[in-house]
Each structure stands twice: as structure tokens, then as C-alpha cells.
Design a protein around this ligand. Structure first.
Ligand SMILES: Cc1cc2nc3c(=O)[nH]c(=O)nc-3n(C[C@H](O)[C@H](O)[C@H](O)COP(=O)(O)O)c2cc1C
Length: 227
């Protein structure tokens, strides 16, 4: 049995009366999860929609609490870190992280950044040691797979694309996910939402198909791995 952590980040829902208002990235993630569930009925899936329920931003007191040893932490500091503790426990359990995100202002939604700030935490998800030289940070966890599903209004954000250098979404999340023990990343992108044309329809359809195919492929490779 595997555990999936499913994080959605768009501010939009998927239950609007007008379908065009629905989140595309969440819908594609839902396609992946549906296919996954159909194949792996036993698996545990933890779902968080940080777009609808954003985690708190970190604060000076939060940082001070993180840098206080466990033995010296006050009750207030423990309470301040309890959301972070809960979110980290969810990451620890996950073999696979399915993360869906809109592109907002060429990067991730603030709610998703708030989630990363809560979960990438000294001595919980990474260690820091100057004896390591110029790269003192090391992740504590390992072996996780990230499936990153994004939707953007414009297009050409991929490698070699006309807006590659403007893409601060996928590259940022790949960098951060290393500190959560992610070693393999699969990315599915829907583009052209703002153009609302044939290219958009094709891009979304391709992304849904890619999500189904990836669920199938990972399930098969797991069968092989499980022997
Ligand atoms: C506040 C906001 C900022 C956006 N910024 C960008 C952007 O920088 N680049 C882009 O290509 N699309 C941008 N878009 C378009 C969204 O990426 C697009 O609508 C996408 O489908 C949103 O994801 P969702 O459908 O999952 O909600 C923006 C949309 C909003 C609402």
C-alpha cells in the first residue's frame, strides 16, 4: 500500500455552476486521482486544498520557535508550530505527492508558497551543516515522487519555449521539493487558458490524457517494483 498526498492550490473550485470558472489544474489532478484510485483501491490518499484553505504565513515568532530546541519550546511556541507539524507529518507519510497549481504572476499561488514555508523546516525536513561547504542544506527524507500539474493562461513555458525564462512556477517547485525528499518529478502542463481557442482545448485534453497515462504507467511500474 502506498500513500498519496494530494495538494491543490488554485483559488478556484471545481464545483462552479459555470464550468468555465472551474480550476483546470484541479480538474486534471482529479483525473489522475480517479485513475489512480481505480487501479490502487487500497492506497491512502491525503487531500489538502490550500487554495481554498490557505495555511497561515510564517512570522517572526514562528521562526523563533523553529530555532528553539524542542526541550526549551514554550506551550505557545508548540501551538504556533502545530500546523507545520501536521503538514510535515502528511509529507512524511507520502510516497507520491500529487500537486496541482495555477500559474499566478509567473509563479505559484501565495497559498502554495505558504504551504512550502510551513513544511520546509530545519531539523524536520532538512539539516544544515556548514561542514558540508557551499551546500550546507540536505533533505532528511528521500525516495518520493512528485507529480506536478499546472495550468497557465499564456503558453511556451517549457524548455525551449518562448516564455521559458518567465516560468517561475515549475522550476521553483522542483527546487523546493528536493527539500521534501522528492527524487523523481513528472510534470503535466495545460496552457493557453487566456486564449480560449483550439490550442487551449487541445492542451487541456492532452493534459487529462497525460494524467491518465501517467497513473497507469506508475501503477504498472509499481507492480514490477513490488514483484
Ligand atoms: C491572479 C492571476 C494571475 C495570473 N497570472 C498569470 C501569469 O502570470 N501567467 C499566465 O500564463 N497566466 C496567468 N494567469 C492565468 C491562470 O494561470 C490560468 O487562468 C490558469 O488556468 C489558472 O489555474 P486554474 O484553472 O487551475 O485555476 C493568472 C490568473 C490569475 C487569476
Amino acid at each position: 500500500m502506498k500513500t498519496l498526498l494530494h495538494i491543490d492550490a488554485s483559488a478556484r473550485k471545481t464545483t462552479n455552476s459555470v464550468a468555465a470558472y472551474n480550476s483546470i489544474s484541479k480538474s486534471i489532478a482529479a483525473t489522475f486521482i480517479r485513475k489512480w484510485r481505480a487501479i490502487n483501491r487500497e492506497d491512502k490518499i491525503i487531500h489538502r486544498d490550500v487554495g481554498v484553505n490557505p495555511p497561515a504565513f510564517i512570522s517572526q515568532d514562528w521562526i523563533a520557535a523553529v530555532f528553539t530546541s524542542d526541550a526549551a519550546k514554550t506551550d505557545d511556541q508548540k501551538a504556533l508550530l502545530s500546523l507545520s507539524d501536521t503538514l510535515i507529518r502528511e509529507v512524511e507519510q507520502a510516497d507520491i505527492i500529487v500537486m496541482s497549481s495555477s500559474m499566478y504572476n509567473y509563479g505559484m499561488p501565495a497559498a502554495l508558497k505558504a504551504w512550502f514555508d510551513q513544511v520546509i523546516r530545519l531539523n524536520k525536513t532538512f539539516t544544515f551543516d556548514l561542514a558540508r561547504g557551499d551546500f550546507p542544506l540536505e533533505p532528511i527524507m528521500s525516495g518520493k515522487t512528485l507529480i506536478l500539474i499546472t495550468s497557465s493562461g499564456e503558453f511556451g513555458f517549457g524548455i525551449g519555449g518562448i516564455r521559458e525564462k518567465m516560468n517561475h512556477l515549475g522550476p521553483h517547485i522542483r527546487t523546493l521539493s528536493h527539500y521534501l525528499g522528492v527524487e523523481t518529478v513528472h510534470e503535466i502542463n495545460a496552457e493557453y487558458q487566456e486564449f480560449n481557442d483550439e490550442r487551449h482545448i487541445r492542451s487541456v485534453a492532452n493534459a487529462h490524457r497525460a494524467a491518465e497515462e501517467l497513473a497507469l504507467k506508475l501503477a504498472r511500474s509499481r507492480e514490477l517494483a513490488d514483484g
